[in-house]
Design a protein around this ligand. Sequence first.
Ligand SMILES: Nc1ncnc2c1ncn2[C@@H]1O[C@H](COP(=O)(O)OP(=O)(O)OP(=O)(O)O)[C@@H](O)[C@H]1O
Ligand SMILES: [Mg+2]
Length: 271
Amino acid sequence: MKIEVKNLVHEYIPGQRALDGVNLTIEGTEPLAIIGQNGAGKTTLVKHFDAILRPTSGTVVINGRDLSELTCAQWAAQVGYVFQNPDNQLFLETVRKEFEFGPRQVGMDEARIEKRLKHVAELVGLADKLDVNPADLSPAEKKFCAIGSVVMMDCDVVIFDEPTCGQDLEGNARLERIIAALRDAGKLCITISHDVKFVTRCFPRAVVMCQGKVLVQGPVEEVFSQVDLLKQSFVVPPPICRVALGAGMSQAVFSVDDLVERVRKERNNCE
Ligand SMILES: Nc1ncnc2c1ncn2[C@@H]1O[C@H](COP(=O)(O)OP(=O)(O)OP(=O)(O)O)[C@@H](O)[C@H]1O
Ligand SMILES: [Mg+2]
């Protein structure tokens, strides 16, 4: 999998750049987090991967094919986007119908839809809610319904926009399982999140956006080590990471165990 974004500019209002020349290459299928302050352009960027938005200028090329040459429907089979607000996505009378809708639109056969329905309903924790109207689900369940309906499509790229918003601990654990399952199935999962602890737990790499541009990208340990740069985007590393960096360590750590291990190593090096 390769997504190449070149000089991408998007203006919702002429002259006002929501994306101000984004250059970014995403290769492979390791889960990727996109972080950054409100209004940085995260949602605008990923909506170009699914051709929901078209560039004002610049290009998005996925696996060698320029998105501008293809229709939204053609990309829907390859890239799935879960909206930040599930109410913008869900529109059918039951969870089951939501799950079946997308696969039918892209011509998936009925036997495969039935098989995936069982698997995905279990994965997102809605196996006993298939006949419930999505409008009657809790806000957290609605998010999982929106996630399930996109995972059902079996796309190569799955994008989650703020899935952690409004989730409790169990919801976050379920999200972690979904992201791991997608990774294990060889899918590229791109997730926008403000929850830096969640990001450092689930994602080996991250892109930080600031004012319509990519500020920094790379392995999470490297990204979160760049404290001064991150300040520009108002991204605050997780507390344990700040403790480690404040104590003079050169690279970020994300758990107490890692911190203890690093202290031991550095002490051994000094002795
Ligand atoms: N439909 C729209 N019409 C006009 N301007 C928009 C629209 N959607 C977003 N914008 C503007 O584009 C910029 C980028 O917004 P975007 O939603 O991509 O940011 P974001 O990083 O996803 O923010 P958040 O964390 O709040 O979701 C912001 O200045 C926003 O106000
Ligand atoms: Mg957004």
